[in-house]
Design a protein around this ligand. Structure first.
Ligand code: ARG
Length: 568
């Protein structure tokens, strides 16, 4: 599709030599109503330069356009020039290209466009890994894959919340309410139990808070014994986070969390001071942001200790030095909008002209059918429970629909997890998500399982044909000019554009919706056209569409972080 749009742009450029081809290309629209052609070129913007009314310009150009083999017809309607593609050419350009690119369709593996750092997941040690973190994890992972597909090299950073006063509290709680054995055995749930208990007890006995503060100060001073406990808590937590990451099939290039910046902040605070950006307010060190209508950014507290923002400012500079990024992306809940706006402004005030390369990608909340999920109880266990429940429920569905399926366990895992991931990204991510099992696991709805199922169906048709993906080289495209084939081809041809848009808008939902569109177009094609027909040439042609669909759906699912089983 993309290619033929260039052909149209070229053709128009010959009539409009003062405009460059790329600008013309960008002006060309894809009409929602196919009666208006496959492409439409509006002439409104040309009126000023050509000093003619737009409908007259449109008519003049239409009259002058030469006949070409890729166009069936060109029609002038008011200020628009509507282009109707030659259907055979259209299908041919798209499908032959997919058959050529194969597994790489839509994916640029060059890593040649520079580095992008993506900060995602980033849970807090010994605090709940809640559904917000799950959302950050899957959205970040998808953006990672999308930008890699666009030709960038991505660095995935898990900016662990592994420093802060909670560790002082945890040490006190550990001393008073738990034991090494209990923590080794029960992991995060035990850490959470005693953390909550600490808060309850501290309300009655403020002395505990004092102790906690003292322990944290010890940590900050580098006391080996307390630091060993800290390390151990971190290990216990990471062990369990990793279980979730494994289930989701997600990895990171770096686990440099907040603690990593402990010895790097002093230098940055100095830099802020020398630039005259800091002032002291009630004992705290702040950077004022009045000119942006923002509250000041806190750099150090009265007692000299640093804050979340201090570590983030330091981390930005460290990442710029280490990765020389083209963009640094942060995926968090929208509650952190102000925090990132402040951090980015401080970087700008420090005189770094690349501050505009910093992007916060905020997302909305997830709630269960019965009340919000992101509560204190929402810990790593609950998350694992959601994922294992998804797998279990999928197993039940498979047992009912396809009891003799091979690799049932693997498929149930791929589909169950895929369903949860897909649900998080089907709508614009800024929107809140309502989590309902019925919706998530619906094999016929706009869901992950529906897309996976369509992919599996295409794979099974191909398998039945006994033909391999790479066997088909010669295709008679004149056999694929029926409405359903043309519509499917058009959909398939949009893949690259969709990835670009998803990247530009930081919206995996473009890919999710696209995958559903392709699946729907394929299912219509499939119902309308028998594929395994006697006529060899026709069978071949239709199979070429099946193969192109398999490549496209598999890659679209990949970009979302979802697997594509060949059978289900
Ligand atoms: N740990 C934070 C939280 O749970 C998220 C960190 C996001 N990344 C960052 N660089 N601040 O809310």
């Amino acid at each position: 599709m993309t290619d033929l749009k260039w052909n149209v742009a070229k053709l128009l450029h010959e009539q409009l030599p003062t405009l460059n081809e790329t600008d013309i290309y960008d002006m060309i629209e894809i009409p929602t109503n196919t009666d208006m052609g496959d492409y439409a070129f509006p002439c409104f913007k040309l009126a000023k330069e050509l000093r003619k009314a737009p409908p007259i310009i449109a008519k003049d150009i239409t009259d002058k356009l030469p006949e070409t083999d890729f166009l069936a017809s060109v029609q002038n309607v008011n200020a628009y020039i509507n282009f109707f593609l030659n259907k055979e050419m259209l299908v041919k350009v798209i499908i032959s290209n997919i058959l050529l690119e194969k597994e790489n369709y839509g994916i640029d593996n060059s890593k040649s466009k520079g580095n992008i750092v993506i900060d995602y997941s980033s849970p807090n040690i010994a605090k709940p890994f809640h559904v917000g973190h799950l959302r950050s994890t899957v959205i970040g992972n998808s953006l990672y894959r999308i930008f890699e597909a666009l030709g960038y090299n991505c660095e995935g950073v898990n900016h662990l919340g592994d420093w802060g006063t909670q560790f002082g509290k945890l040490i006190v709680a550990y001393n008073n309410f738990s034991s090494k054995e209990q923590i080794e055995e029960k992991g995060i749930s035990e850490l959470l139990r005693i953390y909550v208990l600490f808060h309850e007890e501290a309300e009655k006995n403020p002395e505990l808070d004092e102790q906690a503060r003292a322990y944290f100060t010890k940590m900050e001073q580098g006391d080996t014994k307390t630091l060993e406990l800290w390390k151990w808590f971190k290990q216990i937590s990471l062990r369990e986070f990793d279980r979730v990451y494994k289930l989701l099939d997600i990895t990171f290039d770096s686990y440099n969390g907040e603690a990593f910046y402990n010895d790097k902040m002093a230098e940055i605070i100095d830099e802020l001071d020398t630039h005259g950006l800091t002032e002291i307010s009630e004992g705290a060190k702040i950077v004022k942001l009045d000119e942006y209508n923002m509250p000041p950014c806190l750099i150090t507290k009265k007692d000299g200790s640093t804050l979340y923002a201090t570590r983030d400012i330091t981390a930005v500079l460290y990442r710029k030095n280490t990765y020389n990024f083209k963009k640094a992306i942060y995926v968090t809940a929208l509650q952190q909008n102000l925090h990132f706006a402040q951090v980015f402004k401080v970087i700008e005030k420090m005189g770094y002209n690349w501050a505009d390369e910093l992007v916060h990608v905020p997302f909305g909340m997830v709630s269960m059918e019965s009340g919000p999920l992101a509560t204190r109880k929402g810990n790593v266990l609950l998350l694992e429970e959601i994922l294992t429940q998804a797998i279990q429920k999928t197993t039940e569905i498979i047992n009912e629909k396809n009891p003799s399926l091979k690799n049932k366990e693997t498929v149930a895992k791929q589909v169950g997890i895929g369903a949860v991931i897909f649900n998080d990204m089907y709508n614009s991510i800024i929107k809140d998500v309502q989590f309902s099992w019925e919706k998530v696991l619906n094999f016929d709805g706009e869901t992950g399982p529906y897309v996976q199922y369509t992919h599996a169906r295409a794979c099974s048709v191909l398998k039945k044909s006994g033909i391999n993906k790479s066997d088909i080289t010669e295709v008679n495209y004149s056999l694929l000019t029926d409405e359903m084939s043309v519509n499917l081809a058009k959909e398939l041809g949009q893949f690259k554009n969709m990835i670009e848009e998803a990247g530009q808008k930081y919206e995996p939902s473009y890919i999710a919706r696209y995958a559903v569109n392709v699946a729907q177009a394929f299912n219509k094609f499939y119902h309308e056209n028998s594929i395994l027909v006697e006529d060899k040439e026709l069978k071949n042609a239709r199979l070429s569409m099946v193969i192109a669909t398999i490549y496209t759906l598999k890659n679209a699912l990949y970009l979302l972080g979802i697997q594509a089983p060949v059978q289900m």
